[in-house]
Unconditional design. Structure first.
Lengths: 160, 388
């Protein structure tokens, strides 16, 4: 045995977890995804008590904690609240592959919504992006019921 | 009615980027041994254990069970608590709850992480909604970067203001903290010249990934007074887990969860004038930008006053309210331990045991935790059993 050889380099053991998940979208997200796919509409849901419109739709109003039932369309244009241009390597957890960088994450308040969404902005030069800019959703032609695919990205509205 | 609780021992490992010298249990055992030595206790004195980490970082389920070889929890009650970035502060609060409840006298709290064992940004990204958020939410860095864009555009703060925080925390670690992971003396221009990793956050603005562990021992009033002449009394705690949808927290220039948690903790502790009553702060500042934007949530300055506070130098060592004498999260970030390190370092300050990091005469300290979807925990500690 190796007594007296504790100074030898310790070993590492590799573990590769290749696991597939299938997330159940539920009633609210299913309706949201169907409206995107079939009608190119962005659906929100309205609180019966305070009137706030949430996008993406969800079951309860976070402030009133009441069930929301009324789906309403919101605009495909909105205001850029904040953004970042990501430029470091990491594994994309949705694919298991290295994430393609750089990409710009945009936090957007759509007109008619009281909550915000996250999506990709097709501009990666931070000098050309400013909070407060107007953005518009650009849909894919071949839509599959996937939020980050059916809305391919957002673009800056140039004709302001 | 809760019982008074004090911290009586703090231990931590020498933190580093890649710890291949020992496995997770061995890492935990080092922090536990040092905490017991610090309190002059043995494992037999421990009534219960609370442990936490980011369990998908190491892909070890049932950490409460798996860690027993290192935690010393054999035949003792153990509870695992994991709340993302706030794990370290949440386990600290859970340890406090255990002792305050009257059911346990001496509680060992352990936070740990072997960050280098996996791709932590990928692992963190699994906290975001898989259908509507995960694709373009790059771990913790992206949302923090986006938040500072909102703060800069609202209040006229600059990237240089954030760089001042980075310089303060890195240099404190380099000069005063032998346990810190990153120990480099840097200047504002070094930060400004470092590459953008997620605009406006640059490499020297963001916390590292660290392998390390921390253990803190909480004791009931009766026990604490027997163990040490000067425990760190827990005077107030506040927890606020506010948002589910990540995007709803962005575009808010400040951090409402921190404001609410701080209000709760200050009220419980009897703090009415935080800037003047608090002697030292150990804050979970995961990016230098947060060291500017979140100060108002802790009521350490007026709304939008972060830049002025940081530029004035009062938060530097030797200033009126030193922030992060240990170097904080920008120097050391073993995530499951990070929030507990804030509580542990704050405790050492009011116990007068902080060594080179010691803020002279510190009697009241505040510690914070941050994580998840912009969640916050706040702890107020003092050498005094009450503030009147």
């Amino acid at each position: 045995m190796e007594q007296g050889k504790e100074d030898l380099k310790p070993l590492s053991v590799a573990y590769i977890a290749d696991m597939t998940y299938k997330y159940h979208a539920g009633h609210y997200y299913s309706r949201f995804l169907r409206e995107l796919r079939d009608n190119r509409l962005i659906a929100g849901v309205k609180c019966p008590k305070c009137g706030k419109v949430y996008v993406p739709p969800r079951i309860v109003c976070r402030d009133c904690f009441v069930r929301m039932e009324e789906f309403v369309p919101v605009s495909q244009e909105g205001t850029l609240l904040a953004f970042t241009v990501t430029n470091f390597h990491y594994i994309d957890t949705t694919t298991g592959e290295p994430k393609k960088i750089p990409f710009t994450t945009a936090f957007i308040k759509l007109d008619g919504a009281d909550s915000n969404i996250v999506h990709r902005l097709d501009e990666t030069d931070e000098k050309k992006i400013k909070a407060g800019m107007r953005l518009r959703a650009v849909f894919s032609n071949n839509r599959t019921g996937d939020y980050f695919h059916d809305i391919d990205h957002f673009s800056i509205v140039k004709d302001m | 009615m809760k019982r008074p609780v004090g911290i009586v021992g703090v231990g931590q490992t020498h933190h580093k980027s890649k710890n291949t010298d020992c496995n997770g249990q061995e890492l935990i055992s080092i922090a536990v041994k040092r905490a017991l030595e610090n309190a002059e206790l043995t494992m037999a004195d421990i009534d219960a254990i609370v442990i936490g980490n980011m369990d998908h970082f190491e892909s070890i389920n049932y950490v409460d069970m798996w860690s027993v070889d290192g935690s010393g929890g054999f035949m003792k009650p153990i509870m695992k608590v994991t709340t993302g970035g706030t794990t370290g502060s949440a386990i600290g609060h859970a340890g406090f709850y255990h002792a305050a409840s009257g059911l346990f006298d001496t509680v060992l709290v352990i936070g740990w992480e072997q960050n280098s064992e996996s791709d932590t940004t990928a692992a963190i990204s699994t906290c975001f909604d898989p259908i509507t958020e995960r694709e373009y939410s790059a771990g913790a860095i992206g949302p923090l970067a986006a938040q500072y864009i909102a703060y800069m555009s609202k209040y006229g703060a600059t990237e240089e203001d954030a760089a001042l925080v980075s310089v303060r925390d890195h240099n404190n670690a380099a000069l005063y903290n032998d346990y810190a992971h990153l120990r480099q003396v840097i200047k504002v221009e070094d930060v400004m010249k470092s590459a953008y990793i997620s605009y406006p956050i640059k490499l020297l603005d963001i916390c590292p990934r660290t392998d390390g562990a921390c253990a803190v021992i909480f004791a009931s009033e009766r026990k604490a007074k027997k163990i040490t002449k000067r425990p760190a009394w827990i005077l107030g705690v506040g927890d606020c887990h506010i948002l589910v949808h990540l995007a709803d927290g962005i575009g808010l220039a400040s951090l409402p969860s921190l404001e609410i948690a701080a209000r709760q903790a200050y009220e419980m502790a009897g703090i009415t004038d935080p800037f003047n009553q608090i002697d030292v702060a150990e804050l979970y500042i995961p990016a230098s930008t947060a060291g500017v934007a979140w100060m108002e949530a802790l009521k350490l300055c007026e709304e939008g006053g972060g830049p002025r506070l940081v530029r004035s130098g009062v938060t530097n060592m030797g200033g009126k309210l030193p922030v992060n004498p240990s170097g904080g999260v920008l120097a050391t970030n073993p995530i499951g331990a990070t929030g507990l390190l804030r509580i542990g370092e704050a405790a050492l300050q009011v116990m007068g045991k902080a060594g080179k990091k010691q803020v002279a005469g510190a009697q009241v300290a505040v510690a914070t935790g941050f994580g998840g979807c912009f969640w916050s925990d706040v702890t107020v500690l003092s050498s005094l059993s009450r503030l009147d």
